[in-house]
Design a protein around this ligand. Structure first.
Ligand code: 5CA
Length: 445
């Protein structure tokens, strides 16, 4: 992509309305535009990040054996009357009436609708286990939308729903989600800690929230610092291996980690004092087991091997897809701007031309651009006529993890510069070597 032809409306000034760094940088880097309180357009750069987050979520869900679907954002009120949540949900639900005076709502979550799909098509235990998920916009009329995409009113969520014959099977699904989430967040460069939490309006007994530690987080959390040493890495996981998954879940749920809603002071004090930590955290996901809370009133029944009929055991499992864009920035930035992890960066690498219009420099930049494209990597090439300092400032602000700088002086000795946004370290090398290095870095991403 050539910057001269792109749409990247960067702001020079800090927007006054942004209180936290991710909101500030998302506005300044031209990623989003607010349209109403808590409702945003995603501009080209932000949209690329959002799509990358979605891609990772899809890949990891499907790796765990979960099946993608897409449900509408608009739902009939009658479905929610069946579960009893139409009245229970309160003013966070956006209620709408159509021209025929039918009550509808903009879905804040989809337990009822997915249960309706299930009951229409599934009759037998033989079709279980089954987990369906979607990535779809939700609306919650939050009292205090704030911090940009972190607490929006319209926001993108991955919501998944498991259907199982028994409690044991449903807990296996719960574990599948917990394990798949560990890898999902790590691929986005985040450490998200599963913490025992409260189930709120979704209901149920077993629930964990995934929290990214950050001073600007809205949740108060308490944990054993030993949990921050854990990393999931590139483990091979057999998602059908119950004992294997249980072991991983045990590894992550044994050290104390709770939100303020479930915090237990006496348990907390059993941890060695130097490991007792409290902090703020950003909730980037939550998993729930709620048994037959929806299947029973809505009649989502299956036949059993011995000829009986029982309501299915269910759970639901969410990831805050749009919130993650903000959470990643909270976790990875400096005073110059964003520092994208390779997994979600809008472009893998930037090319900065220090002397636009100079034949040899232009040709070298174009050669690098072409070579990267041939390797399946689309660079953002700053081909504008601007000062070097201004070009560097833009690249630093938008946070591409790697930058190739090309100028006549280096080219005279056949060299360009490859710079890491994270460390600021630069290395001189031939254009071919720079391309090869960038390709090598992204081969493992
Ligand atoms: N039905 C369940 C799971 S599918 C559910 O709705 N869970 S939730 O309420 O916890 O939402 C899932 C995730 O969506 C949260 O963990 C959070 O990361 C994200 N989320 C929730 N509310 C907002 C909001 N107002 N703005 C941005 N993201 C949000």
């Amino acid at each position: 992509m050539r910057l001269s032809r792109y749409f990247l409306p960067v702001l020079k000034e800090n927007p006054a309305e942004a209180q936290i760094v991710s909101h500030r940088y998302m506005l300044r880097a031209g990623m989003i535009k607010q349209q109403q309180a808590g409702i945003y357009s995603w501009l080209p750069l932000g949209y690329r990040v959002l799509r990358n987050i979605e891609r990772i979520v899809h890949e990891e869900q499907q790796r765990a054996g979960h099946i993608p679907v897409l449900m509408p954002t608009m739902q009939p009120a009658d479905l929610w009357r069946e579960s009893g949540r139409y009245d229970a949900y309160g003013p966070e639900m956006l209620r709408i009436r159509d021209r025929h005076e039918r009550d509808m709502l903009f879905g804040p979550t989809n337990e009822e609708m997915i249960t309706d799909i299930f009951r229409a098509h599934v009759e037998s235990y033989k079709q279980l286990p089954m987990t369906l998920y979607q990535i779809q916009w939700k609306f919650r009329d939050e009292v205090r939308p704030r911090f940009g995409v972190m607490r929006g009113r319209e926001f993108l969520m991955k919501d998944g729903y498991n259907f199982d014959l028994s409690y044991e099977d449903a807990m296996h699904a719960y574990n599948r989600h917990m394990v798949s989430y560990l890898r999902t967040y790590e691929r986005m460069g985040l450490q998200a800690i599963p913490m025992r939490a409260d189930s709120g309006p979704i209901g149920g007994d077993d629930t964990h929230e995934f929290l990214v530690l950050a001073s600007t987080g809205e949740s108060e959390v308490f944990y054993d610092s030993a949990i921050t040493d854990l990393s999931f890495g590139n483990r091979e996981v057999d998602f059908d291996d119950r004992a294997g998954l249980e072991a991983i879940v045990r590894e992550w749920t044994t050290p104390y980690a709770r939100t303020d809603e479930t915090h237990d002071v006496s348990l907390f004090h059993e941890i060695p004092a130097e490991r007792q930590k409290s902090s703020r955290g950003i909730e980037v996901g939550q998993i729930f087991y709620f048994g037959t809370k929806y299947s029973e009133p809505m009649g989502a029944m299956v036949t059993t091997p011995d000829g009986g009929r029982v309501p299915v055991h269910m759970g639901s499992h969410g990831i805050g897809v749009s919130r993650l864009a903000g959470a990643i920035i909270e976790a990875s930035h400096d005073e110059k701007g964003i520092i994208w992890p390779e997994g979600v960066t809008p472009f893998p690498v930037g090319i900065v031309n220090l002397k636009q219009g100079d034949g040899a420099t232009d040709a070298a930049c174009e050669g690098i651009e072409k070579a990267l494209l041939a390797k399946g990597l689309e660079p953002l090439y700053d081909d504008r006529e601007d000062r070097a300092g201004a070009k560097f400032a833009t690249m630093d602000l938008i946070g591409l993890p790697w930058r190739i700088t090309v100028g006549p002086r280096g080219l005279a000795s056949g060299k360009v510069e490859l710079t890491s946004r994270r460390t600021g370290e630069s290395e001189e090398m031939s254009p071919e070597a720079a391309v090869a290095r960038v390709a090598e870095i992204y081969a493992g991403v």
